[in-house]
Design a protein around this ligand. Structure first.
Ligand code: 7TS
Length: 412
């Protein structure tokens, strides 16, 4: 298999110190990127430099350090905004995707939706895009979930049939963290808008891996996590169309988000600060900015091509393992670099333990998508998920270890 020449694999891997460590005396093969990604030295250095040279609280002090820290923080916002073709004031820093979705639930949905209103989602959502909407049921809001087809793709006709004049929001993931399915978000947005509903995109598994443009998706909100795109934990973003964010009330109150306070009243700060109460994760934002620089230097098209090739290679290699069931769309181009599988009736946790003994890190279980597992009729899967620093050799090692597991469990 010919891998993309422009991805200098040795150079890339050298940027990630953790990739040269061993686990159980075996070279680490890190295939748990859907859970969180490893960090390049450039991200760690940016954060280290901030703490060593510029540490101060932002937006308040009129001293040099405060100005430097503020500038670095806002530069990071501009970088992540540009990455998805948004404006900085449309990007609210959050702790991650979960908090971004919760922000929409509290600040938009809770104040606007009424008894009888409907939300349409899908059965393949991560719990953070499921449970968050369940709590609106107390207000009499109905949440409906579009089904998947047998090949693991979204049943768009089913989704379309769920839309009514009561639908106020359609919320879905762009890439499934279990099946790898890439959803036709643009088509869903068109359907939703024709019905007068807004669209929220859970981009936790898409923005890190492929070019994503909020204008061409035509979405109203988009949520992402920094730690899944080479950045640190504890930082993420909510993108929202400016006029929507302007019309929303904050759901957290405190310093930073106010312009003027009196004992019995307050005026909110301008966008996006009105949603950022309290001292933010300054170093985290700066680390995310450095991660965006890193991804841009490699290029998200290149990363996407690499992952498609790697996934294609993995699907081929895993097909050779007798008794192995792979879930999700058949073609690598139709999926992100996420492969869930089960080998015969070996429990996914036992499988993950065997793989770990060979230094291979995968996640096993329900992947915080229990309704999807129920829909698939599965208690659990093992999941290998790839990123730019993974290689075809690592995929071969996974396939070899699965062949060995067949022997260990004396499978016929
Ligand atoms: N949405 C999707 C599609 C996800 O995959 C995840 C995390 C989240 C939301 C939540 O992101 P957070 O950063 O706010 O926690 N997914 C996974 C996973 O698949 N394994 O561990 C975390």
């Amino acid at each position: 298999m010919l891998f993309q020449k422009s991805l200098d694999m040795q150079g890339v891997r050298a940027d990630f110190p953790i990739l040269s460590r061993t686990v159980n005396n075996k070279p680490l093969v890190y295939f748990d990127n859907a859970a969180t990604t490893q960090k390049p030295v450039q991200v760690m250095q940016a954060m280290d430099d901030y703490y060593r040279q510029h540490n101060a609280n932002i937006h308040r002090g009129i001293h040099a350090l405060a100005e430097e820290a503020t500038e670095a923080h806002e530069n990071a916002r501009a970088k992540i905004a540009k990455l998805i073709n948004a404006k900085p004031e449309e990007m609210v820093f959050t702790r991650g995707t979960t908090e971004a979705i919760n922000l929409v639930a509290y600040s938009w949905a809770l104040n606007r939706l009424q008894k009888g209103d409907e939300i349409v989602s899908t059965v393949m959502e991560h719990h953070s895009n499921l449970v968050t909407w369940q709590f609106l049921r107390a207000k009499g809001v109905t949440v409906k979930h579009a089904d998947i087809k047998d090949d693991g793709t979204l049943d768009l006709d089913n989704l379309a049939a769920l839309l009514t004049d009561k639908t106020r929001l359609v919320t879905l993931t762009q890439v499934s963290n279990v099946l790898g399915t890439i959803n036709p978000v643009r088509a869903v947005a068109k359907l939703a808008h024709e019905n007068g509903a807004l669209v929220l995109v859970d981009a936790a598994q898409s923005v890190p891996h492929m070019p994503v443009d909020v204008k061409s998706l035509d979405c109203d909100f988009l949520a992402l996590s920094g730690h899944k795109m080479l950045g640190p934990t504890g930082i993420g973003c909510l993108y929202g169309r400016k006029h929507l964010l302007e019309g929303m009330e904050p759901f957290m109150f405190g310093g930073e988000m106010i312009r003027e306070v009196h004992l019995d009243s307050a005026k909110w700060n301008e966008l996006p600060y009105k949603f950022e109460a309290g001292t933010p994760n300054i170093a985290g934002a700066i680390g995310l900015g450095a991660a965006v620089d890193y991804l841009n230097r490699i290029g998200l098209e290149t990363i996407r091509r690499h992952e498609v090739q790697l996934t294609e290679h993995a699907l081929e290699a895993l097909r050779e393992v007798k008794g192995l069931q792979v879930y999700g769309p058949a073609a690598a181009e139709d999926r992100g670099g996420v492969i869930s599988f089960n080998l015969a009736d070996i429990h996914a946790h036992d499988m993950a333990t065997i793989l770990d003994s060979e230094g291979i890190a995968v996640r096993s279980g329900h992947h915080c998508a229990q309704p999807l597992m129920e829909r698939l009729g599965l208690p659990a899967t093992s999941r290998a998920s790839f990123y730019l620093y993974n290689t075809a050799q690592e995929v071969d090692k996974l396939a070899e270890t699965l062949q060995q597991a067949r022997k260990v469990f004396k499978l016929k």
